[in-house]
Design a protein around this ligand. Structure first.
Ligand code: FO1
Length: 316
């Protein structure tokens, strides 16, 4: 049985993109909107790079590099090697095909198109049928406070390999930003809202920080379900565990549920963490244990179906 009606999913990088692929497979065509973090965006080589939008888009298009989860499978790095010979920065690994996306995006933005419009054009060209929506068309930038000073997100994440201790984060511009009309409509029309297994602080955090997004989720009269990115006390990918610890949160699925609880009705954690179900329920949420590690198309779809079935139960 497929879920009755449109679904809005919130996603950051690789984990979010994987569940987006599962949701797209589990839902009827046209039913999925994915609202994506843009606070990791950066300007480099004169180009506007939107890593999380591209990660979601390439995964939905079936083009993503299967190992990294970001970038394009089989991409080469000839352009970056030459940029390096010219003395330009090479710390952010941009593949040759991937560069085409950033060149086209930058050109269309310079022509006056909104990021939402450009993303729709890129997705249509790659055959992506889900709506991939930037959280906002306004600039928002994650800044990470560390003992080495306040860093731009990709400086912390890629250039410094997430090594600096995180003392705090802020989302510059989030207070002035508003959701695009498309993202606002997706939240208002959704029959369920899913928060994908993305880092709750630097992937989901910026989306919820956009004035008008958290408010719409809080006001929604539909089931709101999140999936834990922490399994067995560790992040499946990225620095979420260290970040939670250094910011004083419990490093567990229950810790993530605590951060997101006011935006949720239900919380999905991995079967390996089933012992935490009562802790999550003690937060006032309904909780469900499902196999949540997504390794292939079948496991992505199975998790998505489980999440949607849980949401349907909560709607009753
Ligand atoms: N992540 C890395 O760890 N190293 C990279 O050099 C890198 C390059 C890159 C290029 C394009 C793109 O779309 C993503 C890229 N990522 C890279 C991933 C990206 O930094 C992260 O996935 C997100 O920003 C965190 O969600």
């Amino acid at each position: 049985m497929s879920f009755p009606g449109p679904v809005a999913a919130l996603a950051g990088g690789v984990g979010g993109a994987k569940l987006a692929v599962g949701l797209a497979a589990a839902l009827p065509e046209g039913a999925l909107s994915v609202i994506v973090n843009t606070a990791d965006d950066l300007a480099l080589h004169g180009l506007h790079i939107s890593p999380d939008l591209d990660t979601v888009m390439y995964n939905l298009a079936g083009l993503a590099d299967p190992q990294a989860g970001w970038g394009i499978a089989g991409d080469t790095a000839g352009a970056l090697a030459l940029i390096g010979r010219y003395g330009g920065p090479t710390w952010f690994r941009l593949g040759d095909k991937d560069l085409a996306t950033h060149i086209r995006r930058t050109q269309r933005l310079a022509e006056g198109a909104r990021l939402t419009e450009v993303t729709a054009e890129l997705c249509a060209a790659l055959g992506v049928r889900a709506r991939v929506l930037p959280m906002t068309d306004s600039p928002v930038a994650t800044r990470v406070q560390t003992p080495e000073g306040e860093l731009e997100f990709q400086d912390y994440f890629v250039a410094r390999g997430t090594r600096p201790k995180v003392l705090g984060v802020r989302f510059q511009g989030a207070g002035e930003a508003r959701p695009s009309p498309e993202a606002a409509r997706a939240l208002e029309e959704a029959r369920a809202i899913v928060i994908c297994p993305s880092n709750p602080i630097v992937s989901v955090g910026p989306i919820l920080a956009v004035e008008g997004i958290r408010e719409r989720i809080l006001a929604a009269r539909v089931p709101r379900v999140a999936v834990s990115p922490i399994v067995g006390g560790a992040a499946l990918k990225g620095p979420a565990a260290e970040m939670l610890r250094s910011l004083g949160h419990e490093v567990s699925a229950a810790g993530v549920a605590g951060i997101l609880r006011e935006c949720l009705d239900g919380f999905v954690l991995d079967e390996a963490d089933a012992a935490l179900l009562p802790c999550v329920e003690a937060l006032g949420l309904r909780a469900r244990a499902l196999p949540s590690v997504m390794t292939d198309a079948a496991s992505k779809k199975r998790l998505a179906e489980g999440v949607l079935a849980f949401a349907a139960e909560l709607a009753r």
